[in-house]
Design a protein around this ligand. Sequence first.
Ligand code: DC
Length: 222
Amino acid sequence: MIINVAIDGPSGAGKSTVARAAAQKLGYIYVDTGALYRTVGLNAIRKGFATDNADEVMKSLEGITVELKFSDGAQRVVLNGEDVSDYIRTPEVSMAASNVSAVPGVRAFLFDLQRDIAKNNSCIMDGRDIGTVVLPDAEVKIFLTASAEIRAKRRYDELIAKGSDVEYKDVYEDLIKRDYNDSHRETAPLKPAEDSVFIDSSDFDFEQTVEKVISVIEEKTK
Ligand code: DC
């Protein structure tokens, strides 16, 4: 039997690391849908299109292919045949992803890809609209969040660990701006599905959050 788990929530709530670890423990594949929007954003930047202009964003989609590949459980994202997974985590691409994700045509472009993976695989899929739009019939829906300060601090630590030269203040301000964009856009805004389980990870460490997520999944699927 195929089980679909939707995990939605704002940037920096730890969705991806938590979902990846929970998927590994449960033997499901982990699907990071933010990587798809990041890839569309990267493509627009590379081609010189303004990511905050919907018409330009739609032009940037012409003739492109975006695919997800899974090797040893790890997801790779492929743009026009090139594995771009290592180029989509910069602050510039984060903001571009937030911008392009507000364009309905971009969401439509990426919809079938996400649906098809979930149809054929037990998976934990993370994003903003998975429980509300992409997988409204998911067996389990979780809304994972944490305070803005904690999310910004986690994102900052991650970027510093990767060797980026960033200031906490800039990371925090970016996050607030992305939160606003993601939850105020007209199409598929970030919001908890009515039947989702709300988890606030502000006071949990990573392991506790993974345990909580797994216990919700086990409870809902037993
Ligand atoms: O999860 P992330 O930070 O990698 O996502 C990047 C951007 O993509 C984020 O600002 C919102 C958007 N996004 C979305 O609109 N819908 C999704 N299902 C996943 C991400």
